[in-house]
Write a protein that binds this ligand. Structure first.
Ligand code: JFZ
Length: 442
């Protein structure tokens, strides 16, 4: 008995050292806007968009934003790319408009990626867009202002790993080694102060950490940072890459008390629902940071189907774009985002503010979400059978259930209720493309 009491006491102590002094109700309140948002835009933009996947006339394999490491570019040489980073065509309002039209509710942009270059006017370092590049404009400030005006929440991706700051040397990346690294100094006098700047000057809603897998970073450091950031802004939402809990690319936590508010599956979607909040981040082609020669674009249909799949499983979809070094967004990206926005204009009520469902699917071509009050079920149909007959058997329907097709008001369409089953003859003229939503109100 005594042992149990001591254990319980220790657990309480442990939890209150970081976030879990928060009640479930408080946590639900803090997470509410994020859960409702369902769809966000990831932006990987920085110095790496200058080489755009090429170094010394050679194509560099791998992710665009990893070029410094993948091509083993020395710091002094990489800095020359920073000197050329001059996105004259960057128009924050235009970016915010594109995001708004796509239907995203939040943007997560790289404030600092692994290359260490700060996309705002940092006072902690000169290695930033204002002091080190010819551009001399504070990108995060401009985008934050534009997004706020457009009603889009502003959030920052921030890399813990830093290949430029001499104290931050990571043993896993010896090519970036410096003589006398001092991790504690980096953590206390560089990482934290820069994050404090971001919070005080730009008031982000989410901090999305990354580069936590290096051995220098530990779970206690993650918890310490979490507590510090929450002390600066209690409503902050922080991903689980702030600590060491993440299970590889699946992104969910490997242990119970891991730091962070949500799991981060990368380039994949969970197999089913989860009790822990999660967000799948995915690319539109095969890179996060822009690469001139990556043309492997997913179709608009695929992206919409991914959004539907994620929503049905109760997660968020964070879809990446990689703008070019001149400040423009590739047209292939813009057109796909516009298609998603068009679909969401008609069908958004099935996505925003809904919950996933344990039985998230029926067959391969129907996915479900449920309204918060539980009264409405949305059946999202991603492919029609040849005879256009859709059968839904896993939703309770009665004679009084109201059934409609989103975006479709002018008949005719035929809906039969056969002992609890719905048999629908989908109309010839469908509202829009890629997926259609049957709304069932009980
Ligand atoms: C990380 C970054 O390295 C990448 O550049 C991008 O920002 C992405 C969103 O996040 O990607 C990872 C993270 C972890 C692994 C691989 C890529 N991993 O564990 O193999």
């Amino acid at each position: 008995m005594r042992k149990i009491i001591i254990l319980l006491f220790a657990l309480t102590m442990f939890n209150t050292t970081w976030s879990q002094s928060e009640s479930k109700a408080d946590r639900d309140k803090r997470m509410e806007w994020w859960r409702d948002a369902a769809f966000g835009m990831f932006i990987h933009w920085g110095v790496y968009s200058v080489p755009a996947g090429q170094y010394k006339g050679q194509e560099v394999k791998g992710l665009g934003e990893w070029i410094m490491e993948d091509a083993k570019i020395p710091i002094s040489e990489y800095e020359q790319f920073a000197k050329q980073f001059n996105p004259q065509k960057f128009d924050a309002k235009e970016w915010a408009r594109i995001a708004k039209d796509a239907g995203v509710k939040y943007i997560v942009i790289t404030s600092k990626h692994h290359d260490g270059f700060a996309m705002w006017d940092s006072k902690v370092s000169d290695y930033d867009i204002v002091d080190f590049s010819p551009f001399k404009r504070d990108i995060l400030k401009e985008l934050t202002t534009a997004c706020k005006a457009a009603g889009i929440k502003m959030c920052f991706y921030h890399s813990i790993m830093d290949w430029h700051q001499p104290d931050a040397k990571a043993a896993k990346y010896p090519h970036q080694s410096t003589e006398n690294p001092d991790w504690e100094n980096y953590r206390e006098n560089y990482l934290k102060p820069q994050l404090k700047e971001l919070i005080t000057n730009y008031d982000p809603e989410v901090l999305w950490f990354d580069g936590e897998w290096i051995d220098e970073w530990t779970e206690p450091q993650g918890k310490d940072l979490y507590a510090y950031l929450k002390s600066l802004k209690p409503s902050l939402i922080i991903n689980n890459r702030i600590g060491k809990g993440r299970k590889g690319m699946n992104g969910m936590n490997a242990y119970e008390d891991a730091a962070g508010d949500f799991g981060t599956p990368e380039q994949e979607i969970l197999e089913g629902t989860s009790d822990f909040d999660w967000e799948s981040c995915m690319t539109m082609n095969d890179t996060w940071g822009f690469k001139t020669n990556d043309h492997n674009w997913k179709s608009s249909e695929k992206l919409i189907h991914n959004l539907i799949d994620v929503a049905a499983k109760g997660g968020n979809y964070l879809l990446n774009i990689g703008p070019k070094a001149d400040g423009t967004i590739p047209p292939e990206t813009v057109s796909r985002l516009a298609d998603m926005g068009k679909w969401l204009k008609v069908n958004g009520e099935a996505i925003y503010g809904t919950n996933g469902r344990k039985d998230y699917k029926e067959g391969d071509n129907i996915r479900f979400t449920v309204s918060k009050d539980g009264k409405t079920t949305y059946a999202m149909i991603t492919k029609l059978p040849a005879d256009r007959k859709v059968i839904i058997s896993s939703v309770l329907v009665s004679a009084s259930s109201k059934i409609s097709l989103l975006g479709y008001s002018n008949g005719p369409w035929k809906v039969d209720r056969q002992n609890g089953k719905l048999v629908i003859d989908m109309p010839e003229k469908l509202p829009g493309e890629h997926a259609w939503v049957v709304k069932i109100v009980n």
